[in-house]
Ligand binder design. Sequence first.
Ligand SMILES: C[S@@+](CC[C@H](N)C(=O)[O-])C[C@H]1O[C@@H](n2cnc3c(N)ncnc32)[C@H](O)[C@@H]1O
Length: 259
Amino acid sequence: MFPDISDRIFNEDCITGMARHVPDASIDLVITDPPFGIEFQAKRGNYNRKGNRVLDGYSEVKGGDYLEFTRAWLAQVRRVLKPEGSLYIFSGWNYLKDLLIVLDEQRFTLVNHLIWKYQFGLVTTRKYVTSHYHILFAGIDEKKRRFYPYARYDKDERSGNGGSAHYRDKEDVWNIPREYWNGDVKTPTKLPAEIIRKILAYSSQPGDLVLDPFLGSGQVAVVSQLEGRRYLGFEIVPAYFTFAQQRLQSGDYRLKAED
Ligand SMILES: C[S@@+](CC[C@H](N)C(=O)[O-])C[C@H]1O[C@@H](n2cnc3c(N)ncnc32)[C@H](O)[C@@H]1O
């Protein structure tokens, strides 16, 4: 018998944590941005001259283990997701193939391959600037999967140029800027609230249970709370977990750094 998991986050490895705490077919929506699996180092100085605003930590996965790691956490997600539920995974291109292989192995149905275009690329001189992320949108049962096509724009609403607003909003390239939290505590890889809000609107309803196995700063849980959804999440780095918990408990979206 599992205790109630609504509106809880755990400072645990999500693979063993999901097995321990989350019942089968109990989750309506998973939104997650797993570790990159590349030699990413959250070096304070890279992000902010006043380094103390960027929290230390970030747990990375070594290259050769990435496929096995992906199999392990996605097997748990497959078990806990309801047949009518949805899954959104953010990924850079480096380990995209591992995610696609495992989604196929575990018989998820790939619904859309979304592109998130952002303005963040590092300047390059010998290659192109990376300015997009992949978002894999998948489900389990295509007949049951829930989707709310007019959640953000009515059927007849027009966009600025006179076209259909809901059509434009549902195109598979999303142009959403990152958030810069000047002067506040932050982690190096947080998602913008707008992108989470958009996914919540199209793939969940108020009261639904939203899981993020890799919480980081807690963005998915925090925005789910703001939008009237129940949340559940895991984060392995204690400083990130504490930051996410403070945000959820205070109801403050941003926390002031102590100088
Ligand atoms: C790309 S970040 C997530 C960022 C998050 N979406 C946000 O908006 O802040 C991935 C997070 O997964 C955490 N992590 C890595 N391995 C983990 C594991 N096995 N279980 C739980 N969390 C893990 C990392 O410490 C990191 O904070």
